[in-house]
Design a binder for this molecule. Structure first.
Ligand code: SAM
Length: 292
């Protein structure tokens, strides 16, 4: 059964997300676009050809261009030229969403500058997949991509993220996993929670949850392969909830509620203690209701 159809596409550049493992994790629209564009460009032409083959899409006499970090400046004018000619072009990185720790940003900037149409066929992305299964907060997160190779720079990056209250997301290689986890223990502390998501959507998919010390001990004794996303919980005293020092917050709120409304008390205490206003408001409301 063929899952795609030929469609009429406007001229422009189409960033197409492709699977991060399981080949069927591609949207029907992405297939329609890949089947219908005039020109295809890919970070890895072999990977794209294989994907087209799996889904029964024929290249026919269409051009397939290789576009990656090392030939980008040479190839971009060629792609812009196709756009000037009014052609539709799809770009796919090796896996997942283009531009997310993958090539495509300079191309996008130049296409925007040229005033040409750019659109996306959204789909798989390892950072979103990891957040989806990780079990850490997803309200707010910070994506660092790959940490620097240089140890000092890597340490500095992690130190700068130490006070961030949302979930931290890193792409990591299996070779460096243990080094990064050990560094994280040193900087964020043993108790901070983390998740190591591996081989998402593939046969050996795995999400290992624990505190950073447990994770670093585990991976010191278990060498692993495959593709990895590390999640690290945000700092919890600044914004992650009120249970850390509830008594202190209650004392402040009770004091404030003597002279102020629930709203103003919550506002004052949340600013004074650097806590999320919504959570403090809920607590203020509870205190007020129980004292009425
Ligand atoms: N553009 C891709 C995306 O949308 O996620 C990311 C490309 S980046 C060059 C490759 C890195 O993404 C891997 O080293 C790994 O950290 C992460 N990654 C990609 N696929 C993955 C998977 N199936 N499971 C876990 N991590 C994955």
């Amino acid at each position: 059964m063929v899952n795609y159809k030929s469609i009429k596409l406007s001229p422009g550049l189409y960033f197409v997300s492709t699977p991060i493992g399981t080949a069927r994790d591609i949207t029907l629209r992405a297939l329609d676009i890949l089947a219908s564009v005039d020109v295809l460009a890919a970070e890895d032409t072999r990977t794209l050809k294989k994907l087209l083959e799996i889904h029964g899409i024929q290249l026919k006499n269409r051009t397939l261009i290789s576009y990656h970090d090392h030939n980008g400046s040479k190839i971009r004018p060629k792609i812009l030229d196709y756009l000037e000619q009014g052609k539709s072009i799809a770009y796919a990185s090796e896996a997942g969403t283009p531009l997310i720790a993958d090539p495509g940003f300079s191309l996008l900037s130049e296409v925007i500058n040229l005033g040409k149409n750019v659109t996306s066929a959204p789909g798989p992305c390892a950072l979103i997949a990891a957040l989806t299964i990780g079990g850490l907060s997803t309200d707010k997160f910070y994506f660092e991509g790959f940490l620097p190779n240089n140890k000092n720079q890597r340490e500095l990056k992690l130190r700068n993220l130490n006070r961030y209250s949302g979930t931290l997301v890193f792409y990591e290689s299996p070779k460096r996993l243990i080094d990064t986890l050990e560094m994280a223990v040193e900087i964020f502390g043993e108790k901070r929670l983390g998740v190591v998501c591996r081989e998402i959507t593939k046969k050996f998919e795995d999400a290992k949850r624990g505190n950073l010390k447990e994770l670093s001990d585990f991976y010191r004794n278990h060498k692993v392969k495959g593709e990895i996303v590390i999640l690290i919980d945000g700092v919890k005293d600044a914004a992650g909830g009120l249970d850390l020092d509830r008594t202190k917050i209650e004392t402040h709120l009770k004091e404030a509620l003597r002279s102020m409304s629930v709203k103003d008390s919550a506002e004052t205490v949340s600013i004074a203690l650097n806590l999320p206003r919504r959570d403090v408001y809920q607590l203020a409301l509870q205190i007020k209701n129980s004292s009425d």
